[in-house]
Design a protein around this ligand. Sequence first.
Ligand code: ZN
Length: 333
Amino acid sequence: MKRCTLCVMPETYPGITFDSEGVCSFCSKQSGKQPVPSLPKLQAKLDEIIRECKAQNRKYDALVAYSGGKDSTFLIHTLKEKYGLRMLAVTLDNGFMSEASFVNMRKVLNRLNVDHTIVRPRYDLMKQIFLQSSAPEVYPTHLTQFGSGICISCIRIVTNMCLRVAIEKGIPMVMLGNSPGQLIQSENEIIFQDNKIPYELRKHLFKPLAERVGDDVYTVLMLDKDEYRTNPFPYTINAFPIIGYQEDEIYRTIRELGWTKPEDVDPNSTNCRLNSLGIVKHKQVHRFHPYDFEMSLLVRQGIITREEALKRVEDPEEKALRLAEQVEEQLLS
Ligand SMILES: [Zn+2]
């Protein structure tokens, strides 16, 4: 398959073109641009929100969405060390996490002395959602360009459940550990309040999934009307573009906290087995890898090398394929 000579974007990606040097249209558009708009302004805003939240003197300053993966492990460590936040770590157990990931979470949180809540929605509902999420008509292309349908559903459930816990416990901000490659680089993806989208419009996004699985999907993918009316509404913050993201530093730091890489996950995940099925299904339907965009963005930002990105999207050992079979069996059982 033809890929961009600078990043790893493939010729099968929707709307892509290549110049005579084999450089993709995403790279040519990006060249010379700052990766994140007005970083100092965002930094100042984050500092101000943290000051404001700490001044409220609540039991917790922040809720951190904790998957047990490398990024959220590093995030929680940094928020503690750099900002001294009092945190509640919240994990969404989707039923398909690597068991090694729970061992990592225990080690890390014991070391950091952070409280932990695990949220585990009904297994039958989760299985049905994941079984149906990769169907081509479930999510629009402007979302599936950046990730698999399975991941889209799961991430929505994670952010939604974290907001719900934050609202219940009066926690003023929710911290997410999306890598800079998972953000499309606009300021309002980095710090925002997730109650601005009209309720009916939001519901509309999940309608195709609800038609396949049932209206129960709304209970995990969305808040209810009263929850959206919470005032003040918690902030959602993707801190990595502000606090910095270097993979070497991340691995070095979290190893010292006792974190080790699980064996039973594909090259694009450090905690979740379901990811492999998301990849395999996405490739069948869309003919490109759901991580092509994210990995290419990380290459353009100098966070990982092109060679490393290629290893993850080409997965020469076909680890994702092998794992996906086991996961699919579990989903259907
Ligand atoms: Zn490119």
